[in-house]
Design a binder for this molecule. Structure first.
Ligand code: ASP
Ligand code: MG
Length: 411
């Protein structure tokens, strides 16, 4: 008999009918003999609706009060699901974060889980009940309700699974797993049977929206096997684990990630002297702007060009800061570009294979796509290219790394 934590997202509990369907599903699992803890999100759209209400009172709602309010979305779904289970003869009980005692810090709207009291849940499981827990919320040491940031129910699920030492944390959602890339861009994208925490973290940071990044970090840290599955279609989903051995048998690259969220800034003709990188990026970080990729050119005439990328939302701010720095340093000019995109190949297989980056560059060269910036890590190579070539690049790389699904006879 296993202990499984099952998390259902907003679309999976978006209507009463769907909540009944989820109840049917949980009932079947329960009949299979497993102990089940269910974590649910608010009904889809509900958290947005609540935030909109708050914003009608104040553009910047008081964070503590916002938490009191947005946490109600999940309070509704836990009760409805528990009722639906009980109606089906499945003993069940619902708890808010406070009732379980999911203890968090006091950082309202983006709190971190510190500790979970498993006593109550264990008692209920022992008594044969399904326990339904509100995602996204906790309580601080002073008894204030907190929330974990948008998409935080994933993290609740993983944290509960870790605290209960569950055999698996299943994340039910509206896709049937993690794909080699976005199927809307590459129709031949395939569902991955398995991916490592590290790879998933890269994929999530690079734009794959299947799981909240923090939940993947958490799962990796506590080694909680995570499985992404479709709520209403049968299938094995994608298992996310530590296990690298078997992934090694798979293609070198697990996935192609991309995002259009970045913008590029270049400061040209800065003196090539010690401390210049700090002088450029110091004020940027002081303005709370995160920098992603950085390239400094080889100097000539004792000056150099320095380029970096930031989130597009920070672009104008960063440009202002950089103009200021440019005049202080006597730099020639500041130029910017928002029409860029970042494409990355991700795979733990890279560690044991040489020539992966050059294979990537070759594939892009064949499509005459110019690479503007490159960065690498142990399991990832990223390039910045012109935005209009993004889809072409993703498709070319997907093919070059043999990720395309085999086409069936006659197709
Ligand atoms: N309901 C919250 C949100 O919409 C948490 C979640 O769904 O994971 O962000
Ligand atoms: Mg979500």
């Amino acid at each position: 008999m296993a202990l499984i934590v099952q998390k259902f997202g907003g679309t999976s509990v978006g209507t009463v009918e769907r909540i009944e369907q989820v109840a049917e599903k949980v009932k079947k699992f329960r009949e299979g003999g497993d102990d089940i803890v269910v974590v649910v999100s608010a009904m889809s759209g509900e958290t947005n609706r609540l935030i909109d209400l708050a914003k009608q009172i104040s553009e910047q709602p008081v964070p503590r009060e916002l938490d009191v309010m947005v946490s109600t979305g999940e309070q509704v779904t836990i009760a409805l699901l528990a009722m639906a289970l009980i109606k089906r003869g499945v003993p069940a009980v619902s708890y808010t974060g406070n009732q379980v005692r999911i203890l968090t810090d006091s950082a309202h709207n983006k709190a971190r889980i510190l500790q979970i009291d498993d006593q109550k849940i264990r008692g209920d499981l022992k008594a044969g009940r399904v326990v339904v827990v509100a995602g996204f919320q906790g309580v601080d040491e002073h008894g204030n309700i907190t929330t974990l940031g948008r998409g935080g129910s994933d993290t609740t699920g993983v944290a509960l699974a870790a605290a209960l030492k569950a055999d698996e944390c299943q994340i039910y959602t509206d896709v049937d797993g993690v794909y080699t890339t976005d199927p809307r861009v590459v129709p031949q994208a395939q569902r991955l049977d398995k991916i490592t925490f590290e790879e998933m973290l890269e994929m999530a940071s690079l734009g794959s929206k299947v799981l909240q990044i923090r939940s993947v970090e958490f799962a990796g840290k506590y080694n909680v096997p995570l499985r992404v599955l479709h709520s209403f279609q049968e299938g094995p989903g994608t298992l996310i684990t530590l296990d690298e051995e078997e992934s090694m048998e798979q293609p070198i690259i697990s996935g192609i990630a991309f995002n259009r969220d970045e913008a590029k800034l270049t400061i040209r003709g800065v003196p090539d002297i010690p401390g210049v990188a700090f002088k450029i990026l110091g004020p940027i970080s002081a303005a709370n702007i995160e920098v992603d990729m950085i390239v400094q050119n080889v100097a000539h005439d004792n000056t150099t060009d320095f380029t970096f990328t930031v989130h597009r939302n920070d672009y104008q701010n960063a440009q202002r800061v950089l103009e200021q720095t440019a005049s202080e340093l006597g730099a020639r000019e500041v130029i910017g570009d928002t029409k860029i995109a970042k494409v990355s190949i991700v795979g733990v297989g890279m560690r044991s294979h040489a020539g992966v980056a050059s294979r990537m560059f070759e594939a892009l060269a064949k499509e005459t796509i110019n690479i503007q910036m490159i960065s690498t890590s142990e399991i990832k190579v990223s390039v910045v290219i012109e935005e209009k070539y993004l889809e072409l690049a993703v498709r070319a790389l997907h093919t070059a790394f043999e990720l395309d699904a085999p086409t069936r006879q006659g197709e």
